[in-house]
Write a protein that binds this ligand. Sequence first.
Ligand SMILES: Nc1ncnc2c1ncn2[C@@H]1O[C@H](COP(=O)(O)OP(=O)(O)OP(=O)(O)O)[C@@H](O)[C@H]1O
Length: 340
Amino acid sequence: MSDEPIDATKIIPAEHQDFAEPSPWRKDPDEELKDLTAQHDAILETTQMAPVYASREEVDSLVAPFARPEMQAPARAAQPNAALSTLTAKNISAWFGDHKVLEQVSLTMPAGQVTALIGPSGCGKSTFLRILNRMHELVPSASLAGEVLLDGDDIYDRRKKLQDARKHIGMVFQKPNPFPAMSIYDNVVAGLKLTGVKASRDTKDELVERSLTSAGLWKEVKGRLRAPGGGLSGGQQQRLCIARSLAIKPKVLLMDEPCSALDPTSTRVIEETMAELQKEVTIVIVTHNMQQAQRVSQQCAFFLASQGTPGQIVEHGDTDAMFHDPQDERTADYVNGRFG
Ligand SMILES: Nc1ncnc2c1ncn2[C@@H]1O[C@H](COP(=O)(O)OP(=O)(O)OP(=O)(O)O)[C@@H](O)[C@H]1O
């Protein structure tokens, strides 16, 4: 995919192009929120059909020349940061109907670090990630057992609202999913509406600049905040989605293969952005790309579902150790590309 900006007038139907200019919030706010929520849910659905533009090997070989030493240094050096939040999963089992897909998975995702979830297709990584911010329960047949603790508080506690989990634990998907006809500015503040947070115009302006800066996009878009989000390149759209998640000031950011639909240059920019972001938010990323896991994470968990059994964690710990001195033969085989 090219990193060149897309001409919005070519992809947005003429009747919707008036959205390119100031605020689209023209309806009754409740109606608007209902529409927005429906659109958001529809987008979540479509993200399950995300295209993959290159194989793991292709992306790795293309990214390698860009892998400057300073890209690896900040991530590797990151220490747990007590000022940030720790997410702990305890004995998580999960089902779709009668099909058990995770078995007693426990994992601590330390504050201020990047934890990478790796493993072959179908071993339950995405399901585990979606359990971490209560998205699993959106699937009608889905159920689960176990606890997810954010700084010690169970996000599944009956007294806790679903919205609170979403506010504290943001998610970025495989395929960039900005609201295409909505302006860049309104895309960033959309998260506030979805989580019911009210803010003044000045607060929003400040938030938009801060979120876009943290997502590594501010310099590229500050002169065209009223242009539609759909007019950005794929990589820029993904950073816009990161900014949208950051606007609600999450404590944890979950990323489900955030670069799999992006070209190598955009992948590099997102990885650099992650190295900066982990100073302000704890990150959990699902990736099929072993080189990416090594570049961006300090902690790593290897999931495996062997011969139709539910997914389990075979081994987890320090990323360097997992890749260079794995304790389990299956981890060694997987990280060295012998299966999966
Ligand atoms: N909505 C769903 N309904 C029924 N089964 C599902 C659903 N989503 C996932 N599954 C099943 O749950 C198991 C785990 O899937 P999951 O997507 O979590 O694995 P994964 O490791 O993330 O795979 P991949 O790397 O291919 O994305 C698979 O057997 C999958 O078919």
